[in-house]
Design a binder for this molecule. Structure first.
Ligand code: UDX
Length: 482
């Protein structure tokens, strides 16, 4: 169904329909996705980035990363004239009624805390150029206290007569589903200090509310203080990470005791208080958000003197790291690799790794558990061939020392072991009987619990997942329990 579009925007102030003009600062994954989707909802949008090549790509209708559905929406909205991109902050300052900060907040080198230098430079470079009252909305994931700090930056750098205000409205985008997550959020959060800021945020979300009304849905709105708004995002990510590590801890116990973590997850997931989502056992979480947010949250809690309250997140992180190692140990056991001085020695083995991205339907390899396992196999002497439907270019840049195949069949040819490390549909749907004819050893580790175990076993495969006891030779069993 086509989405409703607002009439064109008047030269100054808000449009006749009361829609503010939206400028997005930073056109990485977050900013580009928001800019395109808000234009689709009928807003007049300008995307800014200091990186001229990024802006040139977007302005030419090319999304520089893989996100299903985004490319088509980018082209439609560029053509409709609702969406433009620029490297000029003067243009941004003149255009925006609302400036949305979407810059990166990576983990600081050599520390757990977040690096806010991009936020600082976005604000201090933009606000001296603004000539009328405007709202600055933060969206990047940041430590609690950042909005108040931005307010002080604005006070130091802006014309005080303009009354520029600041607010915080976190995002909850999932890669691979980001378009839908912007258009149809399951909630929106407005961290504000004034009724004006709250009204502006409502206006900036009117397109989302209108679409929900058309589809007979409601979008819950939580209006709160700055600190709560900032905490909502990190608390949500910390909870999701904890849920994943919880089931991976259960997987370890299942392996030691003879239980089956998949059945366990099904059984506890039927309890509505627990729920089945995010109880997928396997090689654990990665990506640009969960791991770094978890660490930055702990660092901030320590600064606030409540480090103990989040000490369990350290354990969540450790369980996650261990999940990556467990798949390597399982592989060593299945291949009968001898124990070397720093771990198993994979020399002489050929391993096909299926998947490199941190999740399917994405080309993102940041902190990817799959890539970490691939790197470990290679460092331990295995001959590794990797196949990923979308992530090969990024993976090759990060881990150039392994071979990358053009197809699934090419990757598995003559392999002693297959490891499924990302749950791409192509791997779920692959024909195990056809693959069985290509390999040297009929062993598969399903590191994401995504294959049909019975179908693979029927095709002659020795099929293993994490979280089920493996029948191993006596001398290598210790790797599984160490
Ligand atoms: C996450 C949050 O879900 C999103 O709300 C936030 O805005 C950004 O961070 P994303 O990084 O896209 O989104 O990935 P997500 O779908 O949450 O998955 C994160 C990682 O957890 C992936 O590596 C995934 O494979 C893993 N995962 C997920 C599991 O290992 N088991 C599960 O059951 C679910």
């Amino acid at each position: 169904m086509p989405l409703p579009h607002t009439p064109s925007i008047s030269a100054d102030g808000l449009s006749r329909a009361g829609r503010p003009r939206l400028a997005f600062l930073g056109t990485g994954y977050l900013g580009a996705t928001y800019a395109v989707c808000l234009a689709e909802l009928g807003y007049d949008v300008l995307g800014f980035d200091p990186d001229a090549s990024k802006i040139a790509h977007l302005a030419a209708g090319r999304v520089p990363f893989h996100e299903p559905g985004l490319q088509d929406l980018l082209r439609t909205n560029l053509a409709a004239g609702r969406l433009r991109f620029s490297t000029s902050l003067d243009e941004v300052a003149a255009f925006g009624d609302i400036h949305v900060v979407c810059v990166g907040t990576p983990q600081r080198a050599g520390a757990m805390a977040a690096d806010l230098s991009q936020v600082r430079s976005a604000i201090t470079n933009l606000v001296p150029r603004i000539r009328r009252k405007a709202l600055i909305i933060g969206k990047s994931t940041v430590p609690v206290g950042t909005t108040a700090w931005i307010e002080s930056l604005v006070a130091d750098h802006a014309d005080p007569g303009l009354g520029i205000e600041v607010a915080w409205s976190p995002e909850f985008l999932r890669e691979g589903l980001a378009v839908n997550d912007v258009l149809r959020p399951d909630r929106v959060v407005f961290g504000v200090r004034s009724d004006w800021a709250s009204a502006m945020l409502h206006a900036a979300h009117q397109g989302v509310f209108d679409l929900a009304a058309e589809e007979s849905r409601e979008v819950p709105v939580i209006v709160c203080d700055f600190a709560t708004a900032e905490l909502v995002k990190v608390a949500a990510n910390a909870f999701l990470a904890t849920k994943i590590s919880f089931i991976n801890a259960m997987a370890e116990v299942c392996e030691a005791s003879g239980g089956d973590v998949e059945l366990l997850a099904q059984a506890i997931g039927h309890d509505a208080r627990i729920g089945r989502q995010f109880l997928g056992a396997g090689i654990g979480f990665g990506g640009g958000c969960l791991p770094k947010d978890l660490r930055a949250f702990q660092a901030r809690a320590q600064e606030l003197g409540v480090g103990e309250a989040l000490r369990f997140l350290y354990e969540v992180d450790l369980i996650n790291q261990r999940s990556r190692q467990r798949v390597v140990r399982l592989a060593a056991t299945l291949l009968g690799c001898p124990d070397g001085p720093t771990g198993p020695d994979f020399a002489g083995t050929r391993i096909a790794c299926l998947g490199a991205t941190f999740k399917p339907d994405s080309d993102d390899v940041r902190d990817s558990p799959a890539l970490s396992v691939i790197r470990t196999f290679a460092a331990a002497g295995a001959e590794v061939r990797v196949y990923d439907p979308r992530g090969t270019d990024n993976a090759r840049e990060a881990v150039p020392e392994v071979a990358y195949a053009q197809s699934l069949a090419d990757a598995v040819a003559r392999a002693d072991l297959l490891c499924v490390l990302t749950e791409w549909g192509e791997f779920r749907e692959a024909d195990p009987a056809a693959l069985a004819r290509l390999v040297r050893g009929h062993r598969v580790i399903d590191g994401r619990g995504c294959l049909d175990a019975a179908r693979w076993a029927a095709a002659g495969w020795d099929h293993h997942t994490l979280g089920r006891r493996v029948k191993v030779q006596q001398d290598s069993a210790r790797w599984l329990v160490r």
